[in-house]
Ligand binder design. Sequence first.
Ligand SMILES: Nc1ncnc2c1ncn2[C@@H]1O[C@H](COP(=O)(O)OP(=O)(O)OP(=O)(O)O)[C@@H](O)[C@H]1O
Length: 252
Amino acid sequence: MRKVFGDFELTVEAGYFRTSQIVVLMGENGTGKTTFIRLLAGKINPDNQDQPRLNLTVSYKPQKLSPKNIAGTVRHLLQTTILDQFIHPHFRSEVMKPLAIDDLLDLQVAQLSGGELQRVALVLCLGKPADLYLIDEPSAYLDSEQRIHTMKIIKRFIFNSKASAFVVEHDLIMAAYLADRMIVFEGNPGISATARRQCSMAEGMNDFLRHLDITVRRDPTNMRPRINKYKSSRHMEQKKAGVFFASQPCKY
Ligand SMILES: Nc1ncnc2c1ncn2[C@@H]1O[C@H](COP(=O)(O)OP(=O)(O)OP(=O)(O)O)[C@@H](O)[C@H]1O
């Protein structure tokens, strides 16, 4: 698939995805992740119109959230857009409660903070039944604790609903937690880039981090990824071995 936008050209290599699987899109700013998500969402068309269309229902959370023209409260918005899920006990306990949406119900949508709006936007996205969820930067505006909550909610929701998801995520730790598979975007930001064929999370992370000259180890106590200090002995050792993202704590 190909898309030219002014001076920018995106090429997408052919790939596949499965149910209950999350594909995380990683790449530098301006390499076309949002463009790709918008192509999948049908918001824009590829240049090569002979592309087979995805015969799937999609639900899309855009990167930029614009509440200013939405009148009324969060309760009104949710009741008028996702009523079935809004009153469904399972959705309430699995998505709305952990995102603390009840605290926001009586607030005006137009007056929500960035983080509050992000939580509402995620509920709206997951509240729409779909085969494919397209979620652009779910952790933007959230603090670190909310990010972890949010990632757990998305992971559990996609697994249990047997849907699939493509998620744009800049936070390395969150990306590593979320991803079953990964698509790495490579190229010259704002000029031309390629969305590589999807690969395993470890492979994708390794490619992305090699490009940035960053190495990540695993904390042996909790397995969380930790970024090595640049040019530290650990960094140099991993770099020499070509292990930019260590999936096991034992060696690094
Ligand atoms: N509507 C448009 N018209 C012209 N150019 C556009 C349009 N939308 C995006 N672009 C250009 O396409 C390129 C890729 O943008 P895109 O937002 O897809 O990248 P991204 O990887 O999602 O970036 P970020 O991580 O910063 O969100 C940029 O150079 C951008 O200026």
